[in-house]
Design a protein around this ligand. Structure first.
Ligand SMILES: O=C(O)CCC(=O)C(=O)O
Ligand SMILES: [Fe+2]
Length: 244
């Protein structure tokens, strides 16, 4: 029994950033995990990502669009010596329709139901009184990034800045709980708040927090509910790429 003294209610962590505990019930958690397992299979399946900071400990797969370091600068077309490096331009990552830093296969389709779930989360966050989200209730979500965390995986502080759309990012968590560190758009340092995300939780960030730095300094291995049958943590972020 884990009856809590204080129920976890929706909460605006920063302007436009809302934690929605337990938005997904058991049935939806099972459904999303089963879908993630199918999406992780090749072609264009789960892969290890190399960023400027090194090899990510989280493994990732994209839906609708694929995100990753591009071998040519999307701004000037120049080839890069190293993935993610361009002498002239600051944006070494891009969304494409093929797994350009994986097996090169076309990405799997972004399912309409996942867009519905994301809009539902944005509506719940707007109802909770969040700043700047109501205008995005009908956002045309087209991209999903699925991250698989084993017990040692982490994600460093970063901005989700490669989308060409101000639509909020919606994140759904499955399995192990984690510490989700949510900062400000000003930089990767403090101030930040550490929020515990558990399986079934959603987190929406848009409005003034759309470009806030955030990361996952640790997960809590072994906290996934036994009925889910998942060892580790899965996070699904839903976005509007803004690309044709
Ligand atoms: O795993 C999480 O909760 C965050 C994932 C994230 O920030 C991202 O995919 O950009
Ligand atoms: Fe992110």
């Amino acid at each position: 029994m884990t009856e809590e003294l204080f129920p976890r209610a929706p909460r605006e962590v920063a302007a436009g950033a809302v934690h929605l505990p337990g938005l997904l019930g058991e049935a939806r958690q099972r459904e999303l995990l089963a879908a993630c397992r199918a999406w992780a299979l090749p072609p264009a399946g789960l892969r290890t990502v190399r960023t400027r900071a090194g090899v990510m400990s989280v493994r990732q797969v994209g839906l609708g669009r694929h995100w990753g370091p591009v071998p040519r600068c999307p701004a000037c077309g120049r080839a890069r010596a190293e993935p993610g490096e361009c002498a002239a331009h600051a944006y070494p990552y891009a969304y494409t329709r093929v797994a350009h830093d994986g097996d090169g296969a076309p990405v799997k389709a972004f399912p309409a139901w996942l867009g519905d779930w994301a809009r539902e989360a944005v509506a719940a966050a707007a109802r909770a009184g969040a700043t700047g989200l109501a205008a995005h209730a009908g956002a045309a979500y087209d991209t999903g990034l699925i991250n698989f965390y084993d017990a040692r995986a982490r994600m460093g502080m970063h901005q989700d800045a490669d989308e060409r759309s101000p639509a909020p990012v919606v994140s759904f968590s499955l399995g192990d709980a984690c510490v989700f560190r949510f900062g400000t758009p000003a930089g990767r340092g403090r101030p930040w708040e550490d929020v515990e995300l558990r399986g079934g939780d959603a987190f929406v960030f848009g409005g003034p927090s759309r470009l806030a730095y955030h990361g996952v300094p640790r997960t809590r291995p072994g906290t996934a509910p036994p009925w889910l049958g998942l060892e580790g943590r899965v996070n699904v972020t839903v976005r509007v790429s803004g690309l044709a």
